[in-house]
Design a protein around this ligand. Sequence first.
Ligand SMILES: NC(=O)c1ccc[n+]([C@@H]2O[C@H](COP(=O)([O-])OP(=O)(O)OC[C@H]3O[C@@H](n4cnc5c(N)ncnc54)[C@H](OP(=O)(O)O)[C@@H]3O)[C@@H](O)[C@H]2O)c1
Length: 274
Amino acid sequence: MITGANGGMGRVICQQLLLSGYRVILSCRPHGNGPGFCQSLICTYGRERVDLLEMDLSSFDSVRKAAGLLMEKEKRIDVLINNAGMLGWKAEVSEKAYEMHNTVNCLAPMLFTWLVKPILTEESRVVNTVSVMLRFGKIPDFFPYPPEKFNRFERYSCSKLALTLISLRLAELWKEEKIWVNMADPGIVNTPIIKLHKWIDPLTDVLFRPVIRQAPRGASTAVFLAMDPSVNGKTGTLFRDCKPLRLPARISAHTDADRVWSFFITLCTYGNQQ
Ligand SMILES: NC(=O)c1ccc[n+]([C@@H]2O[C@H](COP(=O)([O-])OP(=O)(O)OC[C@H]3O[C@@H](n4cnc5c(N)ncnc54)[C@H](OP(=O)(O)O)[C@@H]3O)[C@@H](O)[C@H]2O)c1
């Protein structure tokens, strides 16, 4: 299963998994071009190999509903690729008043992963899409509430750092059960997410986009983590260009990791009790 299946890299990952013989569940928002993309894959690969799970990561209700539907239909998920992500251009909060980047890029996909744990079995793989920006992230005092000043890169970096911290904990927690949780850093990739929302965009379209990575290369690490036999037994590792990268101690032993984790666990527990 892959989230953000209709995005720049999501589309490539879906194609690669399908070409390799997997059955793929595409997760997309209910509106937009997701359902149409899913339909085009059904035409090519057949209904028995392609399914759609609608989920909006800005809403925990949508996440819980999608997790419930998935578990009603499926006995097992071999690979869960948390690929969906956003880089906003204005201050936004979720219905719980949590900062939107932290919601969409970190809390919602990790809540989904936690909820579908019953159908992750031995040798299942979870691939979380992070970014080089995680290294610049800071966890604010009131995580995941928004700080006063809006800076899109600060908020994005914070969400990817928080995603990394939770990934590391989940990897440790699920190691004994042989559920492998790893992180993919795609590099800087020519997809819609990197739009600056400024007058300079048409210029960067011509001068910048052609020289950076294109989607197939950006997607290659997630595809590798999803399928390559050498990944079996590896967990809690960040990969770029299909190779492991060492996280500095200030991240692997982050001083705010406990705080982020306890917030996350409270969110999961509270959700399960509802
Ligand atoms: N491109 C880069 O340079 C770069 C670098 C580092 C990391 N990444 C990460 O790579 C991943 C894939 O991004 P991309 O580059 O392929 O960008 P993209 O083309 O913009 O794709 C983003 C995907 O996320 C989905 N998404 C956004 N908000 C969502 C929400 N609230 N609920 C459900 N789905 C939502 C989008 O769906 P809609 O079509 O409905 O909006 C789209 O399918 C992201 O996690 C991103 O942070 C990208």
